[in-house]
Design a protein. Structure first.
Length: 274
């Protein structure tokens, strides 16, 4: 078990150091996790990761990796069956597994890996800039200290919310896991409409991107003001914003469209989870 005054695990194996695994690793290093506690296991390790290893001194693909306190599973979900034979020997009786594999349940992982302390997590892509949010659920065998440690490791890429019911991860996937794509598409649609209103394409996109970024930052910083109140604050009665919101908030406007989109994503997540 972890005895570190720093609160970091004594040893950690990261299986899969792609975009999300790499973002987590950079987050741990930036927060001061000792590099000599980290081992990367990845048959397709990138040149960037090799350079990061040379800079910080963590191991990549050692011949006999130790059984770690924590194993973070960040491979592609479709690789789990193939990779589990190589990953299973890395897991000791005290090893906690943290999985960010979309669609793979705690039961899926327990059936393939000799672990009982398992945390299933769903991060999202803003993790790449330390502004992600992760929904997580823990197996019954995961103790409080392990859950706190998992929270610290996942917190290196943004906020963490714990779910009492693992089934809620499908809804988390629909809202925040897939959600960045919705926001990017909103910027696309705003820019396209701006073009049709007469703006040059590059200016319309600049305005849309900056507006989405700025509004998001305002909402992030002003946590005491609800989203609907922030909307009301910028809406003058009878003004331009109100005219636009009359369209967006109509009976066939954005809310029912977003509801259908979220439910479609949630249902697809359920299908993928089997």
């Amino acid at each position: 078990m972890s005895g570190h005054a720093t609160g970091w695990p004594a040893s950690l194996v990261l299986a899969g150091a792609g975009k999300m695994g790499g973002a987590m690793l950079r987050g741990w290093l930036a927060l001061g996790m000792p590099a000599n506690a980290i081992t990367i296991v990845d048959p397709f390790v990138s040149e960037d990761m090799k350079a990061l290893s040379a800079e910080h001194g963590f191991d990549i693909n050692p011949r006999n990796p130790r059984k770690p306190e924590v194993l973070v599973l960040a491979i592609k979900p479709q690789m789990l069956d193939e990779a589990s034979a190589d990953i299973a020997p890395l897991i000791g009786p005290e090893t906690m597994v943290i999985s960010i594999l979309a669609g793979k349940t705690i039961a899926d992982l327990a059936a393939r890996l000799p672990a009982t302390a398992i945390v299933r997590a769903m991060p999202n892509t803003p993790a790449a800039v330390g502004r992600g949010i992760t929904g997580a659920a823990a197996s019954a065998a995961t103790n409080q200290a392990q859950q706190e440690l998992a929270g610290r490791l996942l917190g290196a890429i943004g906020q963490v919310v714990w779910l009492d019911d693992e089934d809620l991860i499908d809804a988390v996937t629909a809202v925040s896991g897939s959600g960045p794509a919705y926001v990017f598409y909103l910027a696309e649609a705003m820019a396209k409409a701006g073009e049709e209103a007469g703006l040059p394409a590059n200016l319309a996109m600049q305005l849309a991107r900056a507006t989405v970024e700025g509004a998001g930052e305002l909402m992030f910083r002003d946590t005491e003001t609800a989203a609907d109140q922030l909307r009301i604050n910028v809406t003058s009665p009878g003004g331009t914003t109100a005219a636009a919101l009359d369209v967006l908030m109509a009976a066939d406007g954005l809310a029912p469209l977003m509801r259908r989109a979220i439910m479609a994503a949630r249902d697809r997540a359920r299908e993928l989870s089997g």
